[in-house]
Design a protein around this ligand. Structure first.
Ligand code: SF4
Length: 59
């Protein structure tokens, strides 16, 4: 079932990961810079002070 990641989908730090069983997780790359942020944020993320809009060319 598709997960609604909320802000992470449009965030430059959001990375979707599909497990071998088809589950989709969203990893927060911002965690690598600031470990206070969860590596796998509870979804959907509705508010995040670290949100940065992804550039159109990014995928
Ligand atoms: S910085 Fe916030 S909005 Fe962006 S990927 Fe991480 S948790 Fe999601």
């Amino acid at each position: 079932m598709a997960v609604d990641p909320g802000l992470c989908r449009r965030c430059a730090a959001g990375r979707s990961i599909t497990s071998g069983r088809g589950s989709v997780f969203w990893r927060c790359a911002e965690h690598d810079r600031d470990p206070r942020l969860p590596k796998y944020p509870p979804l959907p993320v509705r508010r995040c002070p670290f949100f940065r809009p992804r550039a159109e060319a990014d995928s």
